[in-house]
Design a protein around this ligand. Structure first.
Ligand SMILES: Nc1ncnc2c1ncn2[C@@H]1O[C@H](COP(=O)(O)OP(=O)(O)OP(=O)(O)O)[C@@H](O)[C@H]1O
Ligand SMILES: Cc1ncc(C[n+]2csc(CCOP(=O)(O)O)c2C)c(N)n1
Ligand SMILES: [Mg+2]
Length: 324
């Protein structure tokens, strides 16, 4: 096992290449922001999906395309930006048929129509390895207003845009490891794994009322930990207030640990912080309050902790990390 993971590689090898460019945000945010004209900036995000790592090799390719679009859109929306267009890279395993590629394109078209984006360019190559698809998504935001992971303050409320654990439950169902759910519940969580919910409609309210914001891809606890550390704060999450679906509650009743839901990842919900008034407005728009930002001290170092019923809970891992 290597002593490196994605975060140490980014930190040690890639961060120096970003230099002091404002656009890169020191590679501590999820996106780059490029100044446009005097009215708007461009928010840019790249996320890739790899067969066997992010999706199953036999997943229908229209769903893979749709998931690729959504995992990229979640970062754009989290920064308060409006989706604009995208570039695409596809590395096709040799022997992939024309009709499979056409399925992939059909999935892209469905999401283009839904989210109002067009294809701006990209690259098409072949590979001896598994299918790899990567997207660079562009969004537009009023000049100087793009949100960041930075900006949270002690006393801020922590909020989430929707159910946590749906994608993880779908993954477990597809792996045949989910017990106690009805047929309809299983279909619901598998559908969430393939097609995470993206609330593009929330971008304006996030822009208006959040102080810091990011999407949740690795796991709620892991991403709250990233946000907390970026701001040198302690985030205390209250597990009892994390919103979960009826399917998730049925899985818990059948023995699933609720901690797994907040560390499993594949959520693509929006995690943000706001002051009291901002939190009220965000809750009115559909967000759920799930925790607090606290100042750091010897007893409360920077990072995220999970609490339930006045007890701190331990998690084996806070979320998904790519071993490198
Ligand atoms: N290979 C790379 N080259 C340049 N920058 C990179 C590379 N990999 C990651 N980064 C940058 O490092 C920062 C953190 O990346 P990370 O993948 O953790 O972001 P994220 O939005 O949380 O990702 P994800 O949605 O994939 O979980 C981002 O600014 C990203 O652009
Ligand atoms: C087949 C299969 N096995 C495992 C997982 C879980 N998983 C893989 S990557 C990731 C974090 C987000 O990725 P990234 O950080 O690259 O954006 C998660 C939760 C999955 N989705 N599919
Ligand atoms: Mg992100």
């Amino acid at each position: 096992m290597s002593e490196h993971d994605e975060f140490s590689i980014i930190d040690q090898l890639f961060k120096p290449l970003a230099g002091l460019s404002r656009e890169a945000r020191g590679l501590i945010d999820d996106v780059a922001v490029i100044a446009g004209d005097s009215t708007q900036d461009l928010v840019i995000n790249t996320d890739a999906l790899v067969a066997g790592v992010h999706f199953f090799e036999h997943d229908p390719l229209d769903l893979v395309a749709r998931k690729l679009m959504r995992v990229n859109l979640s970062d754009i929306v989290a920064k308060g930006a409006k989706p604009y267009g995208y570039q695409l890279m596809t590395a096709w395993p040799r022997g992939t048929s024309y009709s499979e590629k056409a399925d992939f394109v059909r999935g892209l078209k469905t999401e283009q129509d839904r989210f109002g984006v067009d294809l701006f360019g990209g690259d098409t190559v072949s590979t001896y390895g598994p299918l790899v698809v990567s997207m660079t998504m562009f969004g537009r935001v009023p000049a100087g207003r793009a949100l960041s992971r930075l900006g949270a303050r002690a006393g801020d409320k922590v909020l989430i845009s929707g159910y946590i654990g749906q994608g993880y439950l779908g993954l477990k169902a597809l792996q045949g490891q989910l017990m106690g759910l009805s047929h309809a519940d299983v279909n619901e969580v598998i559908s969430a794994y393939h097609l995470p919910e993206i609330r593009a409609d929330l971008a304006p309210v996030i822009l208006e009322h959040a102080r810091s914001s990011m999407d949740v891809s690795d796991g709620l606890l892991a991403d709250a930990d990233h946000l907390a550390r970026a701001n040198n704060l302690m985030i205390r999450l209250d597990l009892n207030t994390v919103p979960t679906s009826l399917s998730a509650r049925a899985a818990i009743a059948s023995g699933l640990s609720p901690v797994d839901l907040v560390t499993g990842g594949d959520d693509y919900q929006i995690l943000c912080t706001a002051d009291e008034a901002g939190a009220k407005a965000l809750i009115m728009a559909g967000f759920y309050e799930i925790g607090m930002c606290l100042g750091v001290s010897e007893d409360t170092p920077a990072g995220a902790e999970l609490w339930a019923d006045d007890r701190r809970l331990d998690a084996v891992a806070k979320g998904y990390t790519h071993p490198l």
